[in-house]
Ligand binder design. Sequence first.
Ligand SMILES: Nc1nc(=O)c2c([nH]1)NC[C@@H]1CN(c3ccc(C(=O)N[C@@H](CCC(=O)O)C(=O)O)cc3)C=[N+]21
Length: 285
Amino acid sequence: MTAKILDGKATKDAIFAELRPRVAALAERGVVPGLGTVLVGDDPGSHSYVKMKHADSAKIGINSIRRDLPADISQEKLEAVIDDLNADPTCHGYIVQLPLPKHLDANRVLERIDPDKDADGLAPTSLGRLVLGQRGPLPCTPYGIIELLKRHGVELNGARVTVVGRGITVGRTMGLLLTRRSENSTVTLCHTGTRDLAAEVRRADIVIAAAGVPGIIKPDMVAPGAAVLDVGVSHVDGKLTGDVDPGVAEVAAWLSPNPGGVGPMTRAMLVSNVVEAAERAAASR
Ligand SMILES: Nc1nc(=O)c2c([nH]1)NC[C@@H]1CN(c3ccc(C(=O)N[C@@H](CCC(=O)O)C(=O)O)cc3)C=[N+]21
């Protein structure tokens, strides 16, 4: 068997096509959605991600607000930039690119983001709303994974989903989204304390690999016909390497590759969160 591709690039383009008329409708009311990014330091990976986000914004008519800050910026100065974006009416949503340099307290920064402008859905109020089942921006990567599966017709209702990795940006929040009534999946969340990872992966209809361990998901761990999504990002000999062994393509029915799968979907949902925030702002004027 050779797996069909869960195509994140094509699905992102489809989502953008749906967003463009919404952006046009906002423009008619005099509102141009604005996406802000806060980037501290000069990590090349972070720079390239932020660049892609602004290129996406330009593609659908969203305004870019870029704050690139020196690696040695103080906590106080960084928080002043956050306050500034919170007060800026042209900025409807923004992200603080993570990770931050070690001398900065990321949690204090995230707590300072106006919850109505949290484009990442990762600030404490947004996570709290997600747990409580209240409306709010959803974390972009798990939200993108759900859209990717639904738009390829992969059944979530009643599905057994094994998530590998308990990080906030993917694993832990993934479980919260999938167990809502609207998704109705049964989730097993695996991590380094899991006794028999192979057994947990083997009984899954859907495997979401976000451990950041190159090739941790082997072909003999995957049930024939499963959907497997590779969210891992590692660098081996300078090359982007995912969590899923290439041989899995011969066992799985669906495979979300990396790159070309979940990464573009994360960006699509970020832009979607900003358009939604701009619509809310426009409605309350
Ligand atoms: N506050 C915050 N929010 C984030 O969403 C966030 C973050 N910090 N820090 C870093 C990670 C990483 N991340 C990616 C997003 C898109 C791709 C992406 O689109 N990748 C393409 C191209 C990959 C390539 O060729 O380099 C792909 O997968 O096809 C990758 C990585 C968002 N992150």
